[in-house]
Design a binder for this molecule. Sequence first.
Ligand SMILES: O=C(O)CCC(=O)C(=O)O
Length: 271
Amino acid sequence: MAARGVCARGLPGSAVRTVPVAGAAMAALPGLLLLLAGAAGAAGPGGGWAAGALPEEERCSVERADASLTLPGFLQRFAFSRPVVIRGATDNTVFRALCTKDKLLAAFGQRPVAVDLPFQEYVEQLLKPQDPAALGSDTLYFFGDNNFTEWGPLFQNYVPPPFRIPGTTGAYSFGIAGSGSGVPFHWHGPGYSEVIYGRKRWFLYPPDKAPHFHPNETTLAWLRDTYPSLPPEERPLECTIRPGEVLYFPDRWWHATLNLDTSVFISTFLG
Ligand SMILES: O=C(O)CCC(=O)C(=O)O
């Protein structure tokens, strides 16, 4: 699978800064990661990542499915028509154990996630709750453009959602972001999102129902300023996903995200 950034069609390019990961290869990393996996659980249920204090939606309006969903059922009911949150479709216990704060810092702390910015500095200095007054263009969001020489051994331990749309392959995009951060409304091809740690609130509109938003407004600002005045018929579909759940969004569906906690997450784009 190849790396792919989030700046696809429909996303205001200035609103989200994806941070390219560059640098030297990490020799012997798979062995290191597997050793680290043996000590899973010591960081607690949140993996050592900070919890946030933002509210969840009152009601999840995205349809839900469980592990009994089959590929024919997925293709018939969701793949081309509507989002779904699937619970228990995959077991990412091993990957989760590798994504605790301590373990990611031990494995990648010195690796650059932006020009001259080691991952450890991003985590310790920039991974803060979102400033509600900040513009989207001033928000650093580590998501996508992952360098697969360095991060590939970690992703080998990720178990992706089981259903593919025929003729597509999956491309991973991995991220870690602070409470209150998120991606403003945009759209692109179909894909999945899974949180490994933290809760992520999703807002979705079908392709023919463009949301009211300013491209340089953060999701947090949109939630505060626009969302409360939306009449019921203009409200988005929404749901908060937690570890163990994946959200699927079909082609061209508008979507925006809000990390309720510091979140470790991975998208699988189908293309
Ligand atoms: O997980 C996020 O915060 C952003 C995900 C997203 O926008 C996407 O997968 O296209």
